[in-house]
Design a protein around this ligand. Structure first.
Ligand code: MTE
Ligand code: MO
Length: 537
């Protein structure tokens, strides 16, 4: 490596940004403040053309998101290199030019250890903190004032669930770590001779007056930001930038019901060309249009639907009242004989999945055309979708166009990509009130949320306010059906102020306590206890 200030700056910047990334990840895991790559991922996905998006999803499947994050992380390190170069070229003091070299050999452990040659008079350049911190402050201000609004997080990150104050403070810490590390690494990578050009160095350093000006400017900026933060903090608590936490309603409003589909845009089915084809075991088949289905005897069922990708405490879960016809009624009309093994449900968007024939013949497995008394919304599968109580969303095929009884096993869209084929929901529970990281006055505190175990039902929900040491009973509201979540609540009276970790766990209708073992959504759905941190007093 050439020992020019520019290249030392680029390396130092990239290294400092990598350390910033690690720090922001630590903050992410402890305080829940999202990292920059995460914040970029969503708007980027929205900007991608839908075909490219689904191709990427098809190619990388569940790795698509990590790959995107890795690419964004690489971009972030690239920006670090750019900042480092700027620092070295414009801001950092310069030593005398020399033809020494810096090498970065990979040692036996595979660790980069800088070494320089050029004689004993060469030593690390001084750690120039002030210009580095100036740079990092500017980068921080740009992030919270320009980048945040541009990527939909709002100025100061007011639209993030972590809240403006925590976000801005965390990003300031990140930026400061970047500045400090940049200056330090740079001084190691860009050695200069102190002895020879001793008189020249002060000339390159800012004059005393310039220094005072810089410090004054930095203080002014910090004061200004402080005032702005105060203003936003009061705005945030007075207006509803984020929806206030509340106990869940037994039925999820349709516009708050999560939407998941493999393609970027929902399928807009043209009713005049749509029909449902049902194929039986003996090769017999029948077609129905929507009017014909709606003319049949209907059933109504309240069920909770959840996506298998839902993280612990996530919001890919909702409850609705569905109206439709039993699948078994349609299947009997075309015949189901002893060879039948599975029923394949296929959709207009080339999505398909299957359920065992016994489940297809169960009276509560229904094909629905209405949600909460309204025509099924496009996003939720208009004109017809399957509702399979107790199974994850993947089995609840939307935009349904074909139902076929088959005498063999069938592996559906997500199961063929590594996810479970049974898709029986895991027992889960979550705390919806109070919100994570809230500040609560000392006194009685209402705590509540949901618990769900599909068709097994919920027998008991317990709350821990001491990080899982002891468990307290909670009150359960009677569920709307055998297939919905159970809402739970209790009043907690903390004895003293402080930070508390609240956890929740459910026991299903068979008496089985929810597992504490933390597993990711793939392949069988996430498990583990939901927990939040709150400050009392
Ligand atoms: N045709 C079709 N049906 C589908 C999907 C899909 O991509 N295409 N996604 C499934 C998944 S993974 C889930 S979680 C549910 C989500 O249903 P919702 O959007 O009504 O909440 O739809 C399921 N049905
Ligand atoms: Mo899903």
């Amino acid at each position: 490596m050439n020992g020019s200030p520019g290249s030392a700056g680029r390396w130092a910047g990239a290294g400092a940004m990598a350390i910033l990334a690690a720090a922001s990840l630590a903050i992410r895991l402890t305080l829940g403040v999202p990292t920059l790559p995460e914040l970029f991922a969503d708007p980027l996905l929205y900007m991608l053309p839908p075909t490219l998006f689904s191709t990427a999803l098809d190619l990388f499947h569940f790795a698509a998101k990590p790959i995107l994050l890795a690419a964004l992380l690489l971009g972030q390190v690239g920006v670090g290199a750019l900042l480092g170069w700027l620092y070295s070229e414009v801001l950092a003091p310069k030593g005398t030019k020399s033809n020494y070299t810096v090498t970065l050999p990979v040692d036996g452990e595979g660790i980069l250890a800088p070494q320089w040659t050029g004689g004993p008079e060469w030593e690390p350049s001084p750690v120039a903190l002030r210009p580095a911190l100036l740079l990092s402050s500017i980068a921080w201000l740009t992030t919270i004032l320009v980048i945040f609004p541009a990527i939909g997080a709002g100025p100061f990150g007011i639209l993030l669930s972590a809240g403006a104050v925590l976000t801005v403070a965390s990003y300031f810490i990140d930026a400061t770590i970047f500045g400090l590390t940049l200056a330090w690494i740079y001084s190691r990578l860009y050695p200069w001779s102190r002895s020879k050009p001793a008189k020249e160095i002060p000339k390159k350093l800012p004059s005393r007056r310039a220094m005072i000006r810089q410090i004054a400017a930095a203080i002014a900026v910090l004061l200004g930001v402080n005032v702005a933060l105060e203003v936003f903090e009061s705005l945030e608590s007075n207006t509803s930038f984020r929806p206030p936490a509340h106990l869940p309603s037994p039925i999820t409003p349709i516009d708050g019901f999560y939407v998941v589909a493999k393609d970027f845009f929902p399928v807009n089915v043209d009713l005049s060309h749509w029909q449902l084809t049902v194929l039986g075991s003996g090769g017999r088949s029948r077609q129905y249009n929507l009017d014909q289905l709606q003319a049949r005897p209907s059933v109504e069922l309240v069920t909770t639907l959840t996506c298998i990708s839902n993280e612990i405490g996530g919001d890919l879960i909702g409850t609705a009242r569905w109206t439709g016809v039993p699948l078994a009624d349609l299947l009997r009309e075309v015949g189901v004989d002893g060879r039948a093994r599975e029923v394949v449900l296929s959709a207009v968007d080339n999505y398909a999945d299957s359920i065992p024939v016994e489940l297809a013949m169960a009276s509560d497995t229904i094909l629905v055309y209405a949600m909460d008394g309204q025509p099924l919304p496009i996003a939720h599968g208009f004109p017809l979708r399957a509702i399979i109580p107790g199974r994850y969303g993947i089995k609840n095929v939307k935009w349904l166009s074909r139902v076929e009884v088959v005498d063999h096993g069938f592996v559906g869209y997500w199961p063929s990509r590594g996810w479970t084929d049974q898709a029986v929901v895991q027992t889960e529970s979550q705390i919806d009130l109070p919100a994570d990281h809230s500040n609560l006055p000392l006194g009685p505190i209402e705590v509540g949320g949901i618990a769900f175990a599909g068709a097994r039902g919920i027998r008991m929900v317990e709350l821990s306010v001491d990080n899982g040491e002891t468990w307290l009973p909670t009150t359960l509201d009677p569920p709307l059906s055998a297939y919905t979540w159970t809402t739970w609540h209790t009043i907690w009276r903390p004895a003293s102020p402080g930070w508390y970790t609240l956890q929740v766990r459910a026991t299903d209708g068979t008496g089985q306590v929810q597992t504490a073992v933390v597993t990711p959504p793939i392949p069988d759905g996430a498990t583990g206890y939901h927990q939040i941190h709150v400050r009392v007093g």
